[in-house]
Design a protein around this ligand. Structure first.
Ligand code: GLP
Length: 241
């Protein structure tokens, strides 16, 4: 695991954007695995800025998102479909047909999981961007999830729903389930870029960097992956350093 320590959120976002833009320049037909949440928002702003300033084209890039809530229509402002459209897709030139997210409204959710995993297998993710939950989740793989799971239906931990309630009117409105790439799906990526910012992530980052591998702490599976880069700011690394 390569750790890049940066002073703050802005620097984390800039370094992450440089990292991805370099990859896209080397390989314009890159397949990017993308995440939602507050963490990658700054990275997405930097990518948009780069397009505005330098006209960078993403038209041959494919994107595959980690997860989506079950039961929220794509048009709901809290769906991850909406998050990605608002915060990234509508500002770039990625053709809509090249961006994939799980369909949390599929009539047959099991079938949808299998369909999604086959997209991951067919496209092959070159770089997967990850945030980390305060309980160590990646995607929506909550503590206790088998490292062998591929894309599946997951029940969100109460603590995750509490943390994500900030985007909803109340915790009752936060969906109880999601479709998420599994740990095994994430591990198929050629390279992984994990971002962490702020004191709220310090305990999770500390546990990740302790090196102990356990299904009780999903992000620890990344120790089995040969190409992981972590860009974390001083606050996220404050227990470690
Ligand atoms: N499913 C997402 C994750 O992909 C994300 O990494 C995590 C942290 O979110 P944030 O970046 O807002 O702290 O929580 C969410 O529940």
């Amino acid at each position: 695991m390569k750790i890049i320590q940066v002073p703050d959120y802005e620097e984390m976002s800039k370094r992450a954007a440089e990292f991805l833009l370099k990859k896209i320049k080397q390989n314009p037909i890159l397949t990017l695995g993308l995440a939602t949440g507050s963490t990658p928002k700054g990275l997405y702003e930097q990518l948009i800025l780069d397009r505005r300033k330098h006209g960078t084209s993403f038209q041959h890039v494919t994107t595959i998102n980690l997860d989506e809530y079950i039961g929220l229509p794509a048009s709901n402002p809290n769906s991850y479909h909406s998050f990605m459209t608002e915060n990234l897709f509508r500002h770039l030139d990625i053709p809509l047909s090249n961006s994939y997210l799980p369909n949390g409204e599929a009539a047959d959710l099991q079938k949808e999981c299998a369909r999604y995993e086959s997209i991951i297998d067919e496209k092959g993710i070159d770089v997967q961007v990850l945030g980390i939950g305060q309980n160590g989740h990646i995607g929506f793989n909550e503590p206790g999830t088998s490292f062998n799971q591929t894309t599946h239906i997951t029940t969100l931990a109460h603590s995750t729903r509490q943390v994500n309630a900030r985007f909803f009117h109340s915790i009752e409105d936060v969906p109880k389930q999601a479709i998420t790439m599994g740990i095994a799906s994430i591990m198929k990526s050629s390279e992984i870029l994990l971002l962490a910012s702020g004191t709220k992530k310090a305990a999770a980052v500390h546990q990740l960097l302790s090196g102990e591998i356990s299904e009780d702490f999903p992000a620890s599976a990344l120790h089995h992956h040969p190409h992981v880069t972590i860009i974390a700011d001083d606050e996220a690394l404050s227990i470690f350093t």
